[in-house]
Design a protein around this ligand. Structure first.
Ligand code: ZN
Ligand code: ZN
Ligand code: ZN
Length: 375
């Protein structure tokens, strides 16, 4: 992550703090901190907090033993390591008392212990979630972020290609074995971490977030494979991939084939509709209309998609009621599903970016058809 990109993000954050009347932004665990500084805090119990006033110098308060992991700030913030003999809450309160600190925004993922300790010491302060400041900015990706998302998508595609070409034996293997293989392939294709590798077979495919287990995959079953990880092009925090392909072992029943044709039409229509100027909710509506018209509306039990970036799930969410208008740089999944409880299920997912010209740019190109795997 370049010094220039960091300075640009910090300037945009401060503009929005001023707009919202936020005096100080307090960033702890979660994705805002690495997005802004390149430093991803370990989820330790020890306090980590970037104290970023709307005007004035930012200070990153970190456990002393973590300081070597903080990338060179290049003048963008001061580093203040604390030792186990110090009380880091005192340090933060002292920093806050240097200026106006009436309205504070704190990381959505900060520990309650941190927030409650600060609230006890600052009884008159007003608190909001940091995401109110950062989310709309993070949702619109810059050039470096788009490059990282494209690379992550291409790497996930190569894993999907292996799956769809029969390179991963399915019949007679457990879901857990197939999940482990997908994860290993993600790492082999350049991901630094596997975030999930859902494998749901037979009746388990009807549970959208099924935890892959000891079930042995049989013949003539749909198998939902939904996998993704984090890939970094530089020393930065890394960006996420997320793809779902549903394959079938042996021969799909007429019912399965019919459902899949509807799913494919819904997913492709939703992708095509995801242009600048439409609302996030309208993309969800497009997918839902196709599935409802075919009589399967009750079986599409989740929203159509979620934003993606440093986090697997972030703004914007493609869901009923979200009237946020899509703009170039928005990145999100489009992943309708049809789930027949106790029998079978299917989902089809690509990551899509709204391009500079306002048209949708899918980041996944792996075969969208329901591929038959013989073994
Ligand atoms: Zn999901
Ligand atoms: Zn997924
Ligand atoms: Zn997803």
């Amino acid at each position: 992550m370049s010094i220039g990109a960091r300075a640009d993000r910090m300037a945009r954050v401060r503009d929005r703090m001023a707009l919202l009347g936020v005096d100080v932004l307090l960033l702890s665990h979660g994705a805002d901190l690495p997005w802004l500084t390149g430093y991803r805090a370990m989820p330790l119990e020890r306090l980590t907090l970037l104290v970023l006033p709307v005007a004035g110098d930012p200070v990153l308060v970190v456990p002393g033993l973590e300081a070597p992991r903080v990338p060179d700030p290049g003048g963008s913030f001061e580093l203040r390591p604390w030792s186990d003999a110090e009380d880091p809450v005192d340090l933060v309160v002292d920093l806050l008392h240097r200026g106006a600190a009436d309205r504070l925004a704190v990381s959505d993922r900060a520990w309650a212990t941190t927030v409650l300790a600060l609230q006890g010491r600052l009884p008159s302060a007003h608190w909001v979630e940091a995401s109110r400041v950062t989310s709309p900015i993070r949702a619109v990706k810059d050039g470096a972020e788009l490059a990282a998302l494209r690379a992550a998508g291409a790497a996930a595609d190569r894993v999907a290609d292996v799956l769809q070409s029969g390179g991963i034996p399915l019949v007679g293997r457990t879901e857990a074995e197939v999940s482990a293989r997908l994860g290993a392939l993600l790492v082999g294709e350049g991901h630094s971490a596997v975030n999930f590798a859902i494998v749901g077979s037979g009746p388990n495919a009807a549970s959208p977030h099924h935890e892959p287990g000891s079930r042995v995959i049989g013949r003539d079953e749909t198998v939902v494979c939904d996998f993704g990880g984090t890939l970094s092009l530089d020393d930065g925090p890394g960006y996420c991939s997320d793809i779902t392909r549903t394959v079938v072992t042996g021969t799909p029943s007429d019912e399965v084939a019919t459902c899949y044709a509807v799913l494919l039409e819904a997913q492709q229509a939703a992708v095509s509709s995801a242009c600048a100027g439409v609302t996030a909710a309208s993309v969800d509506r497009v997918a839902r209309d196709v599935i409802e018209a075919a009589g399967y509306g009750d079986l599409f039990v989740h929203r159509t998609g979620h934003g993606i970036g440093i986090e697997e799930h972030e703004d914007p969410y493609l869901v009923v009621g979200n009237d946020e208008v899509l703009v170039p740089g928005h990145a999100f999944s489009v992943e309708p599903g049809i789930y027949q409880a106790g029998r079978f299920g299917m989902r089809l997912e690509d990551i899509v970016v709204v391009g500079a010209d306002g048209s949708p740019e899918p980041l996944n190109a792996a075969d969208h058809r329901m591929v038959v795997i013989e073994a």
